[in-house]
Design a protein around this ligand. Structure first.
Ligand SMILES: [Zn+2]
Length: 205
């Protein structure tokens, strides 16, 4: 099987509990320490096998092979990717059965990060995630006062929409946010705006 390592928890001395996003399942598996075992890192894609043991409540992770990305040695790209994957883990923490949308979304994001600035690629992918989960507020009403938003708009956590005066937040031209929500592109956003949106998603997905 293949999947993305979403989280690693150290147990006992050197053993690990590894959470892996597979195609239709989120696996939690036990990795016994082995000096010759390859290291496992958050965000990496791995090929693996699970060994079910009737004496244990969780399967054993074995035959792990790390699958590379073209940018695995680019520390800036890897840094942003791992931050995002940690949030992804918290977002999906209690899920077991899952649609293949999520693994496909990450596969696509890996490709995009190859060609693009990592923050831009991740933010655009995040908008697709919100849309898929039905929480993209593209009716453009204000979360706080319920009135329609016409010109200036602010985004808050979860990219929920508000009037700038209602949330005391940074104001954007609504046309740019409409473009982002419908075409999933940040092409009209400058670096400072991208950094601002990045700080919003770092609060949690
Ligand atoms: Zn309002």
């Amino acid at each position: 099987m293949q999947g993305y390592v979403l989280n690693i928890t150290r147990v006992r001395d050197e053993d690990l509990i590894v959470t892996i996003l597979g195609e239709d399942h989120i696996y939690r598996a036990y990795r016994f320490y082995g000096a010759r075992h390859s290291h496992i890192h958050v965000g990496f894609k791995i090929d693996f096998e699970l060994e079910i043991n009737i004496k244990s409540t969780i399967p054993r992770l074995k035959d792990v092979i790390q699958l590379g990305f073209p940018w695995i040695l680019d520390s800036k790209k890897l840094y942003h990717w791992q931050l995002y994957i940690k949030l992804f883990y918290h977002h999906l923490k209690d899920v077991e059965e899952i649609d293949d949308f999520y693994v496909e979304l990450l596969n696509d994001l890996v490709e995009r990060i190859t060609k693009q600035n990592p923050k831009r690629a991740i933010l655009e992918s995040y908008v697709r995630l919100c849309e898929y989960e039905g929480r993209l507020h593209d009716d453009f009403s204000c979360l706080l006062c319920d009135l329609p938003i016409e010109n200036e708009i602010s985004l808050v956590r979860g990219f929920l929409t508000t009037h700038p005066v209602c949330s005391y937040s940074k104001s954007f031209d609504i046309q740019k946010i409409k473009e982002l929500f419908s075409n999933k592109t940040l092409i009209d956003f400058n670096e400072e705006e991208v950094d601002y949106l990045w700080r919003i998603i770092m609060q949690g997905l």
